[in-house]
Design a protein. Sequence first.
Length: 186
Amino acid sequence: MLPKLGNITHRWSGQTLDPVDYSAYSGRNPGNEHVYVHTGDSGQGLTHGVAGSLLLSRLIMGEPCPWEWFYDPARVTMSAAKNFIAENITAVKNFAEYIAPGELNSVDELQQGKGAIIREGLRKVAAYRDESGKLHRVSAACTHVGCHLHWNSFEQCWDCPCHGSHFAIDGTPLNAPAVAPLEKLE
């Protein structure tokens, strides 16, 4: 497209993390008197970032803030209950994938540069064959809660649809909440 720029050497991607009520969490960390947090901008970092900086600076200085309740990290709203239930049904559906057959019958069907979930007896394997033909096999269970992983062909990684963790081809965690690597399989 722009030949004078040369070859593409890096790619960037990001995830938008949404609290169940779509409003950022900004304020005192629940259970801590002197720890403050700001997260869950839902892709609205400029707006929530400004609001969060105004809110947190007031709280740290011991001043009242009229919208503190709106961003309170400990808030629980009834209107968010529907979203909370829907999100957790996704996790239940995901666990049902463990009894389904694999996407391919065996690793022999896996093409170079492709990833797929393959059933081997009772276990599911996340398999990827790199461009040189080397096969990479890891557990298809996310190390966060154990949800069934999916291959992300665009970003060339394993994704967890339950809570958003991402793993490299070799099982190294790329995006939390999972922090432990996937089990490597021989």
